[in-house]
Design a protein around this ligand. Structure first.
Ligand SMILES: Nc1ncnc2c1ncn2[C@@H]1O[C@H](COP(=O)(O)OP(=O)(O)OP(=O)(O)O)[C@@H](O)[C@H]1O
Ligand SMILES: [Mg+2]
Length: 225
């Protein structure tokens, strides 16, 4: 049997926030890995450290101890090949949908006719083709989240970090989008880590789930491939 290539490796991660009110332990001694083509979901109650974990993996936040490596290289800063879809969609209200989706490519100077074509195709697949000239405030919450996802996929990242990509979607749309995202991630063989509150969708669609719990902060309770 061929071993799958490990893309993201998280080793003994600890993080404490220090504020005037004292210390908050957000993560303690968390370890796991994600291989090429694998999708790991992280489930857990509000405040258990899920977003903190993605911020560390993306290089936006430094851990108190422990380390994260991506393809063997320690994460010390943000990387171009990691796509991060934030919990809040962070769309620019003054740019239309197409310009919002293209912004990552613009910043990375990767705007070509090929990349534009790919973006148009993604907009069409996600039912946003007719809205590309609209502005974010003319879209529903679910549509905005789809725009944010397309923007993340547009830079063709090797690994993807998704913070609650379905939270603004109604139940039916969520099932469709969960399936779509799953198929895209599988097809593109991306290593993905996805946070969700929806434990049943996580188990059903994505199977590999890490459960973080507030009372035993940062510890993995269940991890079943
Ligand atoms: N910048 C910060 N400064 C101080 N404490 C913080 C900061 N960010 C998060 N925390 C605290 O760290 C803990 C973990 O926060 P985090 O945002 O990672 O939780 P979460 O699991 O993503 O929650 P949610 O499901 O509500 O998004 C919480 O107790 C939170 O209050
Ligand atoms: Mg969060």
């Amino acid at each position: 049997m061929r071993l799958k290539k490990r893309i993201v490796q998280v080793n003994n991660l600890h993080l404490s926030y220090h504020t005037l009110d004292g210390e908050t332990k957000a993560l303690s001694d968390l370890s796991f890995h994600v291989s090429k083509g694998e999708i790991i979901t992280i489930v857990g109650p509000s405040g258990c450290g899920k977003s903190t974990l993605l911020s560390i993996i993306s290089g936006l936040l430094k851990p108190s101890s422990g380390k994260v490596t991506i393809e063997g290289i320690e994460v010390t800063d943000t990387r171009k090949d990691v796509g991060y879809m934030f919990q809040n969609d962070l769309l620019f209200e003054w740019r239309n949908i197409l310009d919002n989706v293209l912004i990552g490519l613009e910043v990375q100077k990767k705007l070509t006719s090929h990349s534009k074509e790919m973006v148009e195709k993604l907009l069409s697949t996600y039912g946003l083709k007719d809205f590309k000239n609209h502005y974010p405030n003319q879209l529903s919450g679910g549509m905005r989240q789809r725009v944010a996802l397309i923007r993340t996929l547009a830079i063709e990242p090797k690994s993807l970090l998704l913070d609650e990509p379905f939270s603004a979607l109604d139940y039916q749309t969520r099932l469709i989008v969960a399936d779509d995202i799953y198929n895209i991630l599988k097809k593109e063989k991306k290593a993905a880590i996805m946070i969700t509150h929806d434990i049943s969708a996580a188990m059903y669609t994505y199977k590999q789930t890490i459960l973080l719990h507030k009372k035993i902060q940062g510890h993995i309770i269940i991890y079943f491939p």
